[in-house]
Every structure is written in C-alpha cells, then in structure tokens.
Design a binder for this molecule. Structure first.
Ligand code: 2P0
Length: 325
C-alpha cells in the first residue's frame, strides 16, 4: 500500500487542572495528570502529502516554510509502524495566532498524528493516537478527544499508559470560552523551557505536583455533576498554583502583564455579581474565561473593555481530532 495524502483537523485545548512538569523529558511523560476542555473555534488543519522527489520532510506553517525538526520524529514513527520509507510535505494552518499561549502545539501535533495515521494507513486507535501526539507535545495528547478530557500521568516507563481519555462530551455541558488576547506575538519562555526551569529550581515544584491528584478528583466530580461553581474553584486554584510554582523558579517566570491581572480581577468581579465565569492562564499572558452556556457574549464584552486587551475570541467546546479528507 502506498502513502496517500490526508488532511486532519484538531482543536486547541485549555487545561483546567494544569500540566506543568515531566517525569521523563524524552518521552514527554507528565509528572502528574491534567484535565482540559477541547475548543471548537481554535483549530489546526494539517495535510500530510507523500512527495516521491523529497529526500527530507518539509513543513509549511501558516503558508511559510518552517523548521521540520519537531515533526520528523513523528513521521519517523509512522514510517517505522507502516514499513514505508516515504518523506512527506506537511502543511499546517492555525485559525489563531501561533505561539501566543494559545496551545498551537496541542492542536498542531494532534492534527499531525491523525493526518499521518490516515496518510500511512496505520489505523491506530484513539489511545495510541494520544500517545503519538504526546510524544510531540504533552498537551497534544488531550486534543485527540473532544469535550472534557483527562490526561493520565501513567505509571510505566514506556509511556503506553500516559494517554488521554474523554470524560464528558461537549454537547453534555456546552460551556463557552472567551480568550482575552493581551499581547500579540510569541511568548517569552516556551512551556517546555518554563516547566524545565520550574522543576529544576522552584522550591514550590514538589508541593505543586503533590497537590494535583486532589485537584483532579475535585474536577472529575465537578464535571460529573456539571457543578460550575466547584469547577470554577478548582480550576482557578490549579492555574494560580501552577503560576506560583513558576514564579518561584530561578529566575522567576512571570508570564503575566498588567492586562492579564486586570482580566483576572474582572472575571472575579463578574462571578461575584452572578455571572457564570472563571479564569485560567497558561504559559503566556492571555486569559481564558470559561463561561456557562449563554454567558460568553457578555463576558467577551466586558473583557474587551479591559485596558490593554487587544482582542477577544469567543468559542465553544468542540469535538476531538478527525480526518477531513
Ligand atoms: C497545560 N501547558 O496543561 C499547561 C499549562 C501550558 C501551561 O501543556 O513540553 O506545549 O510540549 O509537553 O504541551 C503547554 O505545554 O509542553 C501546556 P511540552 P506543552 O495546558
């Protein structure tokens, strides 16, 4: 069988119980589990095309030639699994700004492994696709699935059990998400480097890791009961603890700008006044506001008016990664 061109899409995801730290850097094995929501509107579309004349893999990212360094190991594994020694051109397009703390590596690697699976005809099941995505980027393992998703830290050394699984479909609790962009442009320190520095130098890192299992249990129960207030409490706490561990690294990782902090206060003021909304922040300055169904537009309007917010993106929870053609 020959390698066929294939296109896949995957949504970005936002962790509510955060992933920050690895137990194995080579295999991207997380030090603890995480829980996320997959988004509908922020997505990557990726086409993998075999090109007989190529003697190396090529990457086009948002229409521009880019380094293939991080995708070659992914394609190498598909070449090994399928027994086909074919180099490929990979064309990947994001519907949102790349490298701005909006998890483009998550949707990017999820779309890539699903497109490569179709192109090479390997027909991996969802758990194995999640494993392949994790090897590209830890958070990508979660974007294989839609709605509410849990990533397991796993126990083994080979990473086969460090994969994600779905907790609840988006349709069963259609929360809305507003992203407040407070700074356009790539973030100052990548997640990989930031978590590495936190692991090596932050005195709070062990306490952070120890606190995650209880947060996972609280979040699972909140999702199971569709209890928004309980999910709000555990999610804000997880985000703030993750940033506290990073702030205590040497030198400290300060991902926030003044508008980030202003948005956190705005979200808390909205919630205190009765709006169903809570915040989370990843390794960058953008604020993600998770809203009860029907409340996204109101939250977007308020965050758009915060000093320093460049733009807001409104979206909903969405499906897992899938093949388009
Ligand atoms: C998360 N982040 O749970 C956390 C919170 C950012 C902050 O997963 O090194 O790009 O490729 O595994 O997946 C971003 O980290 O890092 C991330 P690698 P990744 O969403």
């Amino acid at each position: 069988m020959s390698v066929q061109p294939a296109t896949a899409r995957a949504g970005a995801n936002i962790a509510l119980v955060k992933y920050w730290g690895k137990r194995d850097a080579r295999l991207n094995l997380p030090a603890a589990g995480s829980i996320s929501v997959t988004l509908a509107g922020l997505e990557t579309r990726t086409t993998v095309s075999p090109l007989p004349e190529l003697d190396a893999d090529e990457l086009m990212l948002d229409g521009q030639p880019a380094s293939a360094e991080r995708i070659v190991p992914v394609l190498d594994r598909y070449r090994m699994l399928s027994g086909q020694d074919q180099h490929c051109r990979v064309e990947s397009t994001n519907s949102f700004p790349t490298g701005a703390g909006l998890a483009s590596s998550a949707s990017g690697f999820a779309a890539l492994v699903v497109a490569a699976d179709a192109a090479f005809g390997t027909r991996l099941d969802a758990a194995r696709l999640s494993e392949q995505a994790r090897l590209g980027s830890g958070s990508a393992a979660r974007s294989i699935f839609g709605g509410f998703v849990e990533m397991a830290a796993g126990h083994g050394d080979d990473g086969r059990d460090a994969v994600a699984h779905p907790l609840l479909d988006a349709a069963d609790w259609p929360l809305e998400v507003v992203v407040a962009i407070t700074e356009i442009g790539p973030k100052s320190v990548s997640s990989t480097d930031g978590m590495n520095r936190t692991m090596k130098t932050s005195p709070y890192y062990p306490a952070w890791v120890d606190s995650v299992p209880e947060d996972l249990e609280r979040a699972r129960q909140a999702i199971d009961a569709t209890d928004f207030e309980a999910l709000a409490e555990v999610s804000e706490s997880s985000a703030l603890k993750m940033h506290a561990s990073a702030l205590a690294a040497q030198p400290g990782l300060l991902y926030w700008n003044p508008a980030t902090v202003a948005c956190l206060h705005e979200v808390r003021a909205l919630r205190a006044a009765g709006t169903g909304v809570f915040f989370t922040v990843d390794a960058g300055p953008q604020v993600k506001a998770i809203c009860l169904p029907g409340q996204g537009a109101r939250v977007a309007g308020r965050l758009a008016g915060v000093d320093g917010v460049e733009r807001v993106i409104e979206t909903t929870l969405g499906p897992g990664a899938g093949v388009l053609t």
